[in-house]
Design a protein around this ligand. Sequence first.
Ligand code: ADP
Length: 367
Amino acid sequence: MANKAIIELLHVTRRYRNNKSSAAHDISFKVEEGEVLALLGPSGSGKTTLLRLIAGFEAPDQGEIFLEGREVGSGTVFVPPERRGIGMVFQDYALFPHLSVAANVVFGLSHLNRRDQARKEDEILELVGLSSLRHRYPHELSGGQQQRVALARALAPDPIVLLLDEPFSNLDPDMRTQMQREVSSILEKTGSTAILVTHDHEEAFAMADQVALLNEGELEQHDTPEVIYHTPASPFVADFVGKADFIPGIVRNHLITTEIGPFPNKQELPTGTEVMVMIRPDDIDLIPNPRAENTLFRRQFRGSENVYRILLPSGQVLHSSQHSLTVYPDQTKVELKLKVTHTVVFEKSTGIFEKDAYGRYRVRSRG
Ligand code: ADP
């Protein structure tokens, strides 16, 4: 049986008057019960616009939004935010500074009697690990603690869905990773359905069951993190979710011929098709060989790995990540061993590639 859709967007478009293009264009997706969806994309790609449409701070110009099967936003229906049953956690937490932790948490519970409020307060503070700090005020808390209060306040009224708007961007990197883990574990315990807005693919991958990747108001791909990373639907996705190099190739005799050898023609593209082959740094192994034509240069030490640049005879550059203890001197000649099953091929005619000043291919952002 299919899981219940908690949120559904159908062909949602939002256009701002002073903008030529849509902030969100023809977006459709579902979020199922208990699922965490990350809305991922660069700045200006439409993430906040979608969150605001779902929360009810704005109405779509076209399309429909459903919450638990109930239409809440369309050309004809508009349910205001306070009647949508949504919990929000904002980037700056937006706690009430003059209220204690406990009072912040029960703020949205005025419909309950005192006893039920107290029970809920205990339950939620226990859940987020703040029971001992209930009498403190927001300015007496660390960033991570303030965020837990914001999460507790959003969860207290048992929302249908929790919307998290770049919730970790104000935390330092160590704290960010810890809070990502904590928030994930709290969402799992409560079985909450949530949408997380982020521009950080690692955060999206670490926290979400599904990722919706946006580019200039369009939904480029909606899939699990693994599918997005390993089989990106477009060069933009490939480039956005991790280091990716692209080398040109051409279909000949059922294979894709490139400067670094043949690749399988899995899409069965016709002979003569010009393509770009995407290669990730973890798909290339290196075999030192003085007679090889590829040259290593500029090793980058990243702690757990070394990332090498490889100059090919044509001037194209690839990257290879190797174990941090595998150190080759600069200018070492290497043969390349590729995990060809992993590579993804895009037709070159998509027009999204451009050559940089060195003649190397890059993904151009749309528009
Ligand atoms: P993101 O959250 O991914 O950074 P936004 O949803 O905030 O992106 O913005 C998407 C596009 O819509 C951008 O081009 C932005 O400039 C534009 N935009 C957002 N809000 C408004 C507004 N209130 N008025 C006009 N344009 C807006």
